[in-house]
Design a protein around this ligand. Structure first.
Ligand code: 6R9
Length: 574
């Protein structure tokens, strides 16, 4: 084996001991992480080289890189296989005049070809843009148009959602599972791959050259193209070691789709930079299917999201019966607040503490986390990574003391910080309006142990009778009630109290929506949390509006409530 896992990595926190953490923070230098890469000496870099070719060069080519399965396919690929496939696709792109800096988008469900093409795009220095397969026409068009994408990799099934007549920059469409049709302007992926050479001259890049774009919704306006550069790999690699705790023999499963930043930073880059086996499961979610995926592949590290954990929890104990989950060594969560109730479920049924991690599309990689071995306070996002400084600021940029609620901000820069918002410097600058800080748009507080506690998006915090209430706290309590499957809480304008708390609730199977149940649920929050946190209004819904990354869209709930237009819904779940 080569040097991919040096024995000691700076920033690794060895125990729950606070002084160990303090020492890791004090001794940390990003430069010590950078020494793990060949470009530290050469100055030239390429993500696909570090994630794939390097392992082959260092004698790990035969190690399993990808374990893919869905209802019909069941396939395994080594790092050498990935190298060969991505080389071919890089050559295909070059044949059509595509090269460094060009945007090439991918619009298809998870399957091995998605991963081959993404790596091929990176090998020639082009910029990858993954899109969720569930996007409809307008969402696809907006993103391809804004990015000026010159090529798209998609499937025949999804092709009708691509308005190529309205996209003058889009010159080439590669169809996975389709055939070449020159008149239509389509190129068959399989044919092209077969005709391309498996040898490729890699495009060596600078750290500030492009890597990937992810479109994400803000509180206003159209989705923004968050643009990341090669430098991000430093942090993808590092967090893979110290947060995901990846070790050479791990079987790692990140359940996220590459259309969401988690599905690339932690579904592609981090595991492969660290040379571990990456599990990808296609098809739809079902509790049985997911548990079987863990059992069958002997998954040791599992990275998922609160909505998924809550759905698994909703399926109950019986869904785990007869399944062997003992391969699990480390379980993590990201994307939305991880309710303490879910952490306790993990303790009990997975024999694993679920480790929450906080970060954003814009931050590119994890920033505030619960580390392996650390004392977890259920409900807290954890502490900043060594190398990262976080603080709670007021609106004028003053650092607030512990237990004050305010803007969660990160000291600039860090390696995986977005490089820009595509075509929108004004939006980009808004994040950095306080000199020296990145303003996340989240509100949080820090306790006196330096743990951060998420409260909500800045614009979601409720103020009722002068009391500030974080909707998450109320939602967390609501989902502890046996009848509640999911809950979204908003502040509803009220003449007397400023705002009152209104809860939208979807019920678990077997519960009937009655007025008595509403009263019971409100009383449950009042008893469990506080009177001022109890919803004064409850409305039952069959389903709550959620983004594809699982976040309940409170802004849509608010719009329903106030009979306002719901705005851009392109990131909503089907
Ligand atoms: C990676 C990702 C970012 C927003 C972020 C925050 C919420 C993410 C969280 C969390 C509470 C956590 N969020 N992790 N909230 N606890 N551990 O999720 O990126 O889709 O851009 O979302 O998600 O509000 O600002 P993205």
């Amino acid at each position: 084996m080569g040097q991919v896992h040096s024995e000691i990595l700076p920033g690794r926190v060895q125990s729950s001991n606070m002084s160990d953490y303090t020492q890791a923070v004090a001794n940390f230098k990003w430069e010590d992480v950078e020494r793990n890469f060949s470009w530290y000496d050469t100055g030239k870099v390429n993500m696909a080289h570090e994630a794939v070719d390097r392992h082959v060069q260092e004698g790990r080519g035969a190690a399993t890189a990808l374990l893919y399965s869905d209802a019909v396919r069941d396939e395994s690929y080594t790092f050498a296989d990935l190298q060969e496939r991505s080389n071919r696709f890089g050559n295909v792109l070059r044949k059509y005049g595509i090269g460094k800096g060009d945007r090439v988008f991918i619009f298809m469900p998870r399957q091995p070809e998605l991963y081959f093409s993404l790596l091929g795009i990176l090998k020639i220095g082009a910029i990858a843009g993954p899109l969720f397969e569930a996007f409809m026409e307008t969402a696809v068009k907006d993103r391809l148009e804004d990015s000026g994408a010159v090529a798209l990799v998609t499937t025949p099934e999804l092709l009708h959602r691509v308005k190529r007549d309205e996209l003058p920059n889009l010159r080439h469409i590669f169809l996975v599972g389709g055939t070449t049709d020159i008149e239509q302007g389509n190129l068959g992926f399989t044919e092209e791959m077969a005709n391309a050479s498996s040898e490729l001259e890699l495009e060596w890049l600078d750290l500030d050259d492009g890597l990937i774009m992810h479109y994400t919704s803000g509180s206003t306006g159209k989705p923004k193209g968050v643009y990341h550069v090669q430098r991000a790999m430093i942090q993808h690699y590092y967090t893979g070691r110290v947060v995901l705790d990846l070790r050479p023999d791990d079987i790692y499963w990140c359940t996220a789709d590459p259309g969401w930043v988690t599905g690339t930073s932690y579904g592609i880059f981090s595991p492969w930079l660290n040379g571990v086996t990456n599990v990808v499961r296609g098809g739809r979610f079902s509790p049985q299917d997911w548990y079987k995926t863990i059992e069958r592949n002997k998954v040791s590290i599992w990275y998922s999201a609160p909505t998924a954990f809550r759905m698994l929890m909703g399926a109950g104990e019986s869904s785990i019966q007869g399944i062997d989950l003992s391969s699990l060594r480390h379980v993590l969560s990201v994307g939305e607040p991880l309710n303490p109730e879910v952490v306790r479920w993990g303790d009990k049924f997975y024999n694993q503490r679920i480790h929450d991690t906080w970060w954003m599309t814009e931050t590119g990689a994890q920033l505030i986390c619960n580390y392996p071995g650390m004392d977890i306070k259920p409900g807290s996002m954890g502490r900043p990574l060594p190398g990262i400084e976080a603080a709670i600021l007021d609106d004028r940029g003053n650092v607030l003391p512990p237990f004050s609620m305010g803007n969660l901000a990160i000291r600039t820069p860090w390696p995986s910080m977005m490089n820009s918002i595509w075509n929108n410097p004004t939006k980009y600058e808004e994040y950095f309006r306080i000199p020296g800080w990145y303003m996340s748009g989240d509100s949080a507080y820090m306790d006196d142990d330096g743990y951060f506690w998420f409260q909500g998006r800045i614009d979601d915090v409720i103020n009722s009778s002068g009391e500030r209430i974080g909707p998450f706290e109320v939602e967390s309590k609501l989902v502890e009630h046996p009848a509640v499957a999911e809950a979204g809480v908003i502040g509803k304008p009220d003449l007397v109290r400023g705002e009152i708390i209104k809860a939208f609730i979807s019920l678990r199977e077997g519960y009937t929506p009655t007025a008595a149940l509403k009263e019971e649920i409100a009383a449950f929050v009042k008893a469990g949390l506080s009177a001022h946190a109890a919803p004064r209004e409850i409305e039952f819904k069959d389903k709550l509006p959620k983004t594809r990354s699982g976040k309940i869209m409170r802004r849509v709930l608010k719009a329903w409530e106030l009979h306002l237009p719901t705005g851009d819904l392109s990131t909503i779940e089907d």
